[in-house]
Design a protein around this ligand. Structure first.
Ligand SMILES: [Zn+2]
Length: 92
């Protein structure tokens, strides 16, 4: 079983990531988890189902929703970076 949104969000993450956003695995996970938690999952059981679900994905504009949620996720994670990450306040 697989959530198709995981692939889609990871793909859109790479496409939409701002150049100044910290791209380490921790920040990447923060953004992707934030997005996945706000999007309805699309589970598929096998390859056959995946083709059908992929077609369905393209029919009702989930990519637009993913993009919107990811933009918000970059803002949230970027405005509160973990210590030692890009954009983190000096000192502390
Ligand atoms: Zn980071």
């Amino acid at each position: 079983m697989k959530n198709l949104l995981e692939d889609l969000v990871a793909q859109e993450y790479e496409r939409l990531r701002p150049p100044d956003f910290c791209g380490c695995p921790q920040c990447r996970d923060d953004v992707i988890v934030f997005a996945l938690n706000r999007l309805p999952p699309r589970y598929v059981a096998g390859n056959e189902g995946q083709v059908i679900a992929n077609v369905a994905l393209h029919r009702d504009q989930p990519v637009a929703d993913v993009s919107m949620v990811l933009v918000e996720a970059f803002r949230r994670v970027g405005s509160a970076p973990r210590p030692g990450h890009a954009g983190a306040a000096s000192g502390g």
